[in-house]
Design a protein around this ligand. Structure first.
Ligand SMILES: [Zn+2]
Length: 476
């Protein structure tokens, strides 16, 4: 038995979660933690509300609300949306006002302190509103790839843009060009540790787009990153005078704090010292656009802190599009999880979202295709499951129903391969589940019950309700 901490990137509490979030890290992380538990490991599944994100401040400003109670309202909404598709974190921390979060942020600030200096850095400013363009309040063109981006991390290429090299930088509130100013910030010389980080990633089974990104970024050992953003959202610690730490520096702090806060309330699950330890494995699920903070910056924090878990596995996803366009909360181009969960069974949404997951490339979701799939694939499968469950699956073999027949099943072999962290893929697992249902339908009648026993095992992580029905348990 190994201790695993499975994380999902913290969502920004500026609006509810949509299908793009689900198909991205949320469902993949949730399925992964079920698979690890099924294999007998001890798992904590954690995330937190990214309350210190500057997009929360922007949304609260637009809605004329206080960001603190507003983000808590959205955090609770998100938890209900996730529950409607059977996703429950062990703990989903509220970062605002959390003593554990502040402790963790202080810890990693101490860890990196030998590598930080205070100096002037360029940043855009809107001369009308006074807002700085560190992130949510300005948008221009990424100097690396040319895509529209904020100045923090580019959604298209995942690099951190260089403010003075960005073009057409405009204020979000006025649409007017922003000016370049100089502000004193704390700058972290994180590149000094890139060699160690590259070594830690070298043998991890990460996807090729992240592998290429890391090869580019980690080659620059002179790389620096401002960790404070005066005049913007962030956590103000006493030791950093009017220099709030920005949220992207604090992601590992967030995971650490969530584990800490959970164990404080659930001491029967072990102590923080036992969990936040060198023999615990971390598995992170993240959008490709979060690659710099997660697979670079947090790994530097980890290689500089041997008392905690070592660099873990980072599994990235690309974006899901909707009818050819980006999912967008502000333009209303989104399918909300709570809406689709009110129309279709949770297992149907989970199985399709897994099968269609944009793991290595952008995918385009169309509601009409999903509807067709539900009627043509999911409903007949769920009916077969109910029919089998009515007669029951004997736990012991009977007659020729020995299970030998299924040793050569290509679908079961595919599921076993894709459920392993070395080749982890929810799309591969989902395709295997659908494939096994077809194999069972084509098998000799005497072999089918043993096939359904295998189906119960391999479907449990993605379609927990179908598996429970086959086990004769009431579904959730
Ligand atoms: Zn870019």
């Amino acid at each position: 038995m190994t201790r695993y901490i499975v994380t999902c990137t913290p969502p920004t509490p500026n609006g509810d979660l949509h299908l793009g979030h689900l198909s991205g890290p949320f469902l993949a992380a949730e399925i992964c933690q079920r698979v690890l538990r099924q294999a007998g490991h001890d798992v904590l599944f954690v995330s937190y509300a990214d309350d210190y994100q500057s997009y929360v401040l922007r949304k609260a400003t637009e809605l004329e609300r206080d960001p603190v109670p507003f983000s808590e309202l959205v955090r609770r909404t998100m938890m209900l949306s996730l529950e409607s598709v059977d996703i429950r974190f062990d703990h989903f921390l509220r970062a605002f006002d959390s003593p554990a979060f502040q402790r963790a942020a202080r810890h990693y600030l101490d860890i990196v302190s030998p590598d930080i200096e205070r100096r002037k850095t360029p940043v855009h400013i809107c001369s009308t509103t006074g807002f700085y363009g560190y992130e949510a309040f300005g948008r221009g063109c990424c100097n690396w790839c040319g895509a529209s981006s904020d100045a923090s991390q580019c959604e298209a290429c995942a690099r951190k843009p260089v403010p003075e090299k960005m073009s057409d930088m405009r204020s979000i509130f006025t649409g007017k060009p922003m000016e370049l100013a100089e502000v004193e910030t704390y700058v972290w010389h994180l590149g000094r540790h890139y060699n160690k980080v590259a070594q830690a990633h070298a043998h991890q089974p990460i996807r090729s787009c992240l592998r290429e990104f890391l090869a580019d970024v980690l080659a620059d050992e002179a790389d620096t990153w401002s960790i404070t953003r005066p005049g913007d959202a962030g956590l103000q610690l006493d030791s950093l005078d009017e220099q709030p730490l920005h949220t992207w520096f604090m992601g590992l702090s967030g995971y650490r704090a969530t584990v800490d806060a959970f164990l404080e309330e659930n001491p029967e699950r072990g102590t923080f010292k036992e969990w936040w330890a060198p023999d615990t494995r971390m598995v992170h699920f993240l959008g490709y656009d979060c690659s710099f903070s997660h697979a670079v910056a947090y790994c530097v924090q980890q290689v500089c802190d041997p008392s905690g878990p070592p660099v873990g596995l980072f599994l990235t996803n690309r974006f899901l599009k909707l009818d050819g366009d980006d999912f967008s909360t502000s333009r209303g181009n989104a399918i909300w999880i709570r809406d689709i969960a009110g129309l279709y069974p949770s297992d149907a949404i989970r199985l399709y979202a897994a099968w269609f997951a944009p793991e290595t490339g952008v995918r385009n979701f169309e509601m009409s295709e999903f509807r067709k799939w539900v009627e043509g694939v999911y409903r007949p499968l769920a009916q077969s499951v109910r029919d089998v469950a009515r007669t029951g699956i004997p736990s012991k073999p009977r007659g020729s129903d020995t299970g030998d027949y299924w040793r050569n099943s290509s679908s079961i072999a595919a599921w076993d391969r894709h459920a392993d962290l070395d080749n982890f893929s929810i799309a591969g697992m989902a395709a295997a589940i659908i494939g096994l249902a077809d194999e069972i339908a084509a098998a000799p009648r005497a072999e089918r019950l043993a096939g359904w026993r295998e189906f119960t095992r391999i479907s449990a992580a993605i379609c927990p309700n179908l598996a429970m029905t086959l086990n004769g348990e009431p579904s959730a």
